[in-house]
Design a protein around this ligand. Sequence first.
Ligand SMILES: Cc1cc2nc3c(=O)[nH]c(=O)nc-3n(C[C@H](O)[C@H](O)[C@H](O)COP(=O)(O)O)c2cc1C
Length: 210
Amino acid sequence: MDSASAGLKPSALDLLAALLTGREDPEGGARWSALAENRHLLVLLTTSLAVLVGCGVALLVRRSSAAPRAAQAPPRPLAAEKKKDEPDPDDGRPRVTVFFGTQTGTAEGFAKALTEEAKARYDKAVFKVVDLDDYAAEDEEYEEKLKKENIALFFLATYGDGEPTDNAAKVGKVVDQLLSEQGGKRLVPVGLGDDDQCIEDDFNAWYELQ
Ligand SMILES: Cc1cc2nc3c(=O)[nH]c(=O)nc-3n(C[C@H](O)[C@H](O)[C@H](O)COP(=O)(O)O)c2cc1C
């Protein structure tokens, strides 16, 4: 039994139910007249209804607009990107730096070929191929950094009268002397190639000696 049929004034819920269902029952007339009598309650109910509908629409809009944005910008991986000059973590493994000085890519190609082969053979060492131009900015910095190298290999092309390439200009001609001055020990003999013949054969001949 609802409040209307009990002869009581309709409750707010009764009125809301009537509004939502649009029901016209015998007692409905009494409900609507009660509504008309209480204009404040009517305003309150319609405002509440509008707010409810508004919240629902806002929720739908937020949900539908949030989905494509998430698809456009996938979350970045949490692991921090390694900076270019960040030192490698010292995990006790031998470190081999393979430098190249090149003008047209030949020396770089040999440096990378040897590194790939060495990586496959010695998986306990860490190999790094380095463009000499990117290694340091000043002569002193080259010396300081070279002192800290563990094992270093150099692939250097020469031009003119044995001149170094542009990217190796700072150390190319003096690297051998520089390293021996710093107490470096020669691990493998110097290999010389002559492009007038077949430089790949020269490289392979040196490589077979190792
Ligand atoms: C203009 C020019 C000058 C060169 N001068 C020399 C030289 O003096 N001594 C030498 O051994 N090779 C010389 N070369 C050969 C290069 O060193 C050789 O082609 C080398 O493989 C190029 O290496 P890159 O591609 O790494 O720069 C010269 C090549 C050119 C094009």
